[in-house]
Ligand binder design. Structure first.
Ligand SMILES: O=C(CO)COP(=O)(O)O
Length: 251
């Protein structure tokens, strides 16, 4: 049985008042035990969110792979653990596109996270251009293979993969359940080729890209979709809770 996970990526949004309101809403919510709920606030708020969190796990949106040293502006895996994180988003398309993060750097981060017992959420996904040209699967397979390349196959199951088509992020244009399922199935196949079915069947693969309360249940009921990585809709407490309930319905 794979973990069913709903993670909210708050991106560069919010302030202390927002954090207070969100955490008080989340702490009042009753989540099904069958769903792991995670929130990923901006890093300056991680400690505050961890200290307030009663019903959810906490994840960071990024980290560096080194343990410490002269890396101005960066955060290490042990710092994230120190402030209560158990997950870290790695290789989000916004980091790849805006901050020029490449697959090899992403792989180092995945490996460092696993080494420190932080669960990396490895994001992969194609641009609209690659979707339209039909090359999308090659792009995604490469991101998965390189992203996992520094791990031993038995550690693959310590990673969560998130399929986030770039054309669906923040656009309101969700991938259809069939489009998402097709890619999730292919991702699982790539992992099977690398590590065998015992491992690939244990990896949770989340879908991200304009997930909302209306689209969540049909997406999450696809056989290879194990929950969601939610951006905009995770900033609205009622909508986020409704998405988590949709996940519980399919558990
Ligand atoms: O990038 C995302 C989550 O990491 C998805 O963002 P949206 O849900 O706002 O499309």
């Amino acid at each position: 049985m794979r973990d069913l996970i709903v993670a909210g990526n708050w991106k560069m949004n919010g302030n202390r008042q927002f954090i207070d309101e969100m955490m008080s809403g989340l702490n009042k919510a009753i989540f099904s035990e069958s769903v792991k709920v995670v929130v990923c606030p901006p890093s300056v708020y991680l400690l505050d969110v961890s200290q307030k969190a009663k019903t959810v796990k906490v994840g960071a949106q990024n980290m560096y792979f080194e343990d410490g040293g002269a890396f101005t502006g960066e955060l290490s895996p042990s710092m994230l653990i120190d402030v209560g994180c158990s997950y870290v988003v790695v290789g989000h398309s916004e980091r790849r596109e805006i901050f020029a993060e490449e697959d090899v750097l992403v792989a180092k981060k995945v490996s460092a996270a696993v080494r420190h017992c932080l669960t990396p959420i490895l994001c992969v996904g194609e641009s609209l251009e690659h979707r339209n040209s039909g090359q999308f699967f090659d792009v995604i397979a490469r991101q998965v293979k390189i992203g996992l390349s520094l791990l031993n196959a038995e550690n693959f199951a310590d990673v969560v993969v998130a399929y986030e088509p770039i054309w669906a992020i923040g656009t309101g244009q969700t991938a259809s359940p069939a489009q998402a399922q097709e890619v999730h199935e292919l991702i699982r196949k790539v992992i099977t080729e690398l590590a065998g079915e015992n491992v690939s069947e244990r990896i949770s693969i989340l879908y991200g890209g304009s997930v909302n309360a209306a689209s969540a249940q049909e997406l999450f009921s696809q056989p290879d979709i194990d929950g969601g990585l939610v951006g905009g809709a995770s900033l609205k407490i009622d909508e986020f809770i409704a998405i988590c309930s949709a996940a519980a319905e399919v558990a």
